[in-house]
Design a protein around this ligand. Sequence first.
Ligand code: SIN
Length: 282
Amino acid sequence: MNKLNVMNNFLNIKPYAPNLGAVITNIDLSIDISDAELKGIRDAFNKFQVLFFQNQSEISPENHIKLGKCFGDLHIHPAAPKMKNFPEIFEINTDKNSKIANGAEDFHSDVSCDIEPPLGTMLQLHVLPECGGDTMFANMYLAYEALSKPMQVFLGGLKASHESEHFYKGRYQNKNEVDRNKEYPSAIHPIIRTHPETGKKAIYVNKFFTTRIEGLADQESKLILDYLFTHIEKTEFQIRYKWNKNDMAFWDNRCTIHKALWDYFPNERKGRRVTIKGSVPY
Ligand code: SIN
């Protein structure tokens, strides 16, 4: 079916851009969703890779967790502080005192350093700056398809290390004994992964976590990773989402990367996210 002709009996789905994303306007995520709606969301998620639910009210942490669980078990972040009583919730909280803004440094796929990295992430923002604070997303199927055939074949046989200690250690407020003695996740994943539901191939490396290509010399590994980091950030694979208060974004970490823009300092941007567990990439 043409991506721009979306028929769905339950959901009003409009493509966000020709290359990635869709907007859904007629579902209230703060109350239980029906099986038919859930199926519609799953189908749209597989087709568009990032969904933006608009016209929402603020979802309580309990209901946010309940909603996330409709799509699978929830992932607990290996390093970020947990919301009191809700370890599944990752709070996005940036203001004039912030030294970091989560997800702002570079394009990434969430927690790709895990052996079973997250399938997807659902983020709702409740407080927005007057302007700025957009999120960029990029389509990793398109990035794969844009490679030459010989490059696809070459990369298809390679795996890369995804590490996190360099990134997580000391990043959050837990700069104490626990943090110093903590073991941070790392994993080796194929550079080209196959999406378990669509069967499509996507590039699976990112600047946050991917440190080395297995089996190559250091210089070869660095050259190819640098090339890939530049390639996956080409503007033609990207969209830029401008948030409305209480929008919920649901992105697929298996075939997209994203980056939060921190261009609004010292203003506030706040929200909560849940992350759904994934499986071992292949
Ligand atoms: C993240 O990387 O999870 C943060 C995304 C955002 O704040 O837009």
